[in-house]
Design a protein around this ligand. Structure first.
Ligand code: SAH
Length: 318
């Protein structure tokens, strides 16, 4: 039989080129976050499942099956740190910022005056406009790295879609569910604790896979993109907005190995990695290469560094 050709569209927006326009300082203020202390490493086991409250739904592959192959000890440990980071920091973020855990969009040139909440909502809308435009609205959506579900509910509201959100953090999953119940979205949003590198969904399940500032946490970009590709229906779309470092002529999927980044840039990226539980940074071309290797069609990218530049200074002031 002929192999089925599944054309799946890839759209990616880069948010910030380290070393040029975006400044991530002052990182020091994060040093007191509880999540950076005493992270237990339970070798080879996804042990954050253990402490889960009952009312959080598990993705079955995290509860019952053996450790997935991609979960080398490093990946398992990284996933624990990510879960811990968001378990520890989300409540405070929600108190100060609300349900959106991502940058704001201040107009193409970053010059529009608006409240920061409005800028965050505009970010979701501009990304949907850019990635979907006037095409048929997606019926089934996967929000990869959903935080407390800000985008999930926004997409459900705008398109009437059914949205599934996944996160590694039990606390976020719980808060996302509570917020959906409160706001009347229980029927069209659901949230699971699940790993984006090993998605607990059938092939061809979604029309849109949405990732807003979660890609930077994925150590194996190719594995992640291939999982997204697998769960998308033919004609479906992967829409990503993520942090990347500035372009070089030797993309390497690892900022530490990239000799074109100067030492101070690599040192800054290392710092950000430690604070935010991130693996090595990549550049836009790394994503493009991974997407072409997976035969995504219509690969489009854009650089929104300028649009989000006003956001960081505001975060640090808060
Ligand atoms: N998209 C949300 C949250 C961004 S924060 C928003 O914009 O509000 C990053 C999110 O990615 C967190 O919810 C974190 O749990 C999730 N994440 C990181 N790595 C993940 C992984 N491997 N699998 C699933 N979720 C992941």
């Amino acid at each position: 039989a002929m192999p089925t050709v599944r054309r799946v569209i890839f759209c990616l927006v880069s948010l910030g080129s380290i070393g040029s326009t975006v400044s991530f300082a002052p990182l020091k203020s994060l040093a007191n976050y509880p999540s950076f202390k005493g992270i237990a490493s339970d070798k080879g086991v996804v042990s954050f499942v253990r402490d889960a409250p009952h009312h959080v739904s598990f993705a079955p592959n995290l509860r019952s099956k053996a450790t997935p192959r991609h979960l080398t000890i490093d990946q398992a440990e990284l996933n624990q740190r990510i879960a811990r980071f968001y378990d520890d920091s989300s409540t405070l973020w929600e108190e100060v910022w609300g349900e959106h855990m991502h940058m704001g969009h201040y107009g193409e040139a970053g010059t529009e005056k608006k409240t920061d909440l409005k800028a965050q909502i505009d970010m979701v809308d501009r990304l949907l406009d850019w990635g979907i435009g006037g095409d048929k609205p997606p019926a089934d959506v996967l929000d990869v790295g959903c935080g407390v579900g800000g985008s999930s509910r926004h997409i459900a509201r705008r398109f009437g879609s059914k949205v599934t959100g996944i996160t590694l953090s039990f606390l976020q999953c719980e808060h996302a569910q509570q917020r959906s119940e409160k706001e009347g979205f229980s029927d069209n949003t659901r949230f699971l604790v699940a790993d984006a590198l090993s998605l607990p969904f059938e092939d061809n399940s979604f029309d849109l896979v949405w990732s807003l500032e979660s890609g930077e946490h994925m150590a194996d970009k190719a594995q992640w993109l291939s999982e997204c590709h697998r769960v998308l229906r033919p004609g479906g779309r992967l829409l990503i907005a993520t942090w990347v470092h500035r372009a070089t002529t030797e993309p390497s999927c690892d900022h530490r190995e990239n000799r074109q980044l100067i030492l101070s840039e690599r040192a800054l990226l290392d710092k950000i990695c430690r604070y935010y539980a991130l693996p090595a940074w990549v550049e836009l071309a790394d994503y493009q290469a991974a997407a072409s290797a997976l035969r995504f069609s219509s690969i489009c990218t854009a650089d929104w560094t300028a649009a989000v530049a006003p956001f960081w200074p505001v975060v640090w002031r808060s």
